[in-house]
Design a protein around this ligand. Structure first.
Ligand SMILES: C[S@@+](CC[C@H](N)C(=O)[O-])C[C@H]1O[C@@H](n2cnc3c(N)ncnc32)[C@H](O)[C@@H]1O
Length: 226
């Protein structure tokens, strides 16, 4: 029997193996479970992929991501391309307009866009919340509510990835931005497994010129029972 090619994007293995959102998000592309491959013979896989129940199952388990502060939407577009349903949020209408103009026609149905400040947005239940270089721009008085909404949106075992600015940052005196200590981050991520917490505390460049960056890069997943 001829061995059928394996889909390069691994789109069938995600159906068969149902990887956790953690494994999906941390790998950056839909699952490649060797467990599933070894359990399912090649012929069975291909038969399944051609069936209407395969297509129905694929639609049924579509993973949901939120891109909070999507800006130009680079990550939203990457997630859509990999089959996620994405809610992209930004307070700047021009950012959302730019994103909508760049979405492939076949992905439009999987994209929801919202122009809103973070502390007022209704977020969907999500497998992945991505907040790249956006949360520090919340006013300190709004941050608590923003974080409450993010925590509520994250399904059990869902992944959060994003950035927080530390108190050594050049912008730390800016009154309408939010900065955190390492200890405060521990508090925010109570009830999460921390997969990566990288602290960057160094001189560098911003669009505005030289600056000191104090940034925490975080990837964490919410506990099942949380
Ligand atoms: C520095 S950009 C980052 C864009 C993108 N995530 C990236 O990593 O390239 C921050 C984005 O978050 C949005 N933003 C910042 N604070 C916000 C808030 N409180 N409510 C809504 N949007 C906000 C800005 O409009 C901007 O598009």
């Amino acid at each position: 029997m001829a061995r059928m090619p394996v889909c390069r994007r691994g789109c069938f293995t995600i159906i068969l193996s149902c990887p956790t959102p953690a494994s999906v998000a941390l790998r950056g592309s839909p699952g490649r479970s060797t467990t599933a491959r070894s359990r399912v013979a090649p012929f069975d896989r291909c038969f399944w992929m051609r069936s209407s129940s395969y297509r129905a199952a694929r639609r049924a388990i579509r993973l949901v991501a939120v891109d909070l502060g999507c800006g130009a939407g680079t990550e939203t577009l990457a997630l859509l391309e990999r089959g996620w349903a994405v809610t992209a949020v930004d307070g700047a209408p021009e950012a959302i307009a730019r994103l909508r103009a760049s979405v492939a026609p076949e992905a439009v149905a999987q994209l929801t866009t919202v122009v809103s400040p973070f502390h007022e947005v209704e977020l969907p239940d999500a497998d992945f919340v991505y907040a790249s270089l956006s949360l520090p721009f919340c006013a300190p008085g709004e941050f608590r509510e923003v974080w409450r909404r993010i925590r509520k949106a994250l399904r059990p075992r869902a992944i959060f990835a994003g950035h927080f600015f530390g108190r050594n940052d050049s912008w730390a005196e800016t009154p309408d931005m939010t900065f955190h200590t390492r200890e405060e981050l521990d508090g925010l991520f109570a009830g999460f497994d921390m997969h990566m917490l990288k602290e960057q505390d160094e001189d560098g460049e911003a669009v505005s010129g030289p600056k000191h960056w104090h940034v925490f890069h975080v990837i964490a997943s919410k506990h099942l029972a949380n």
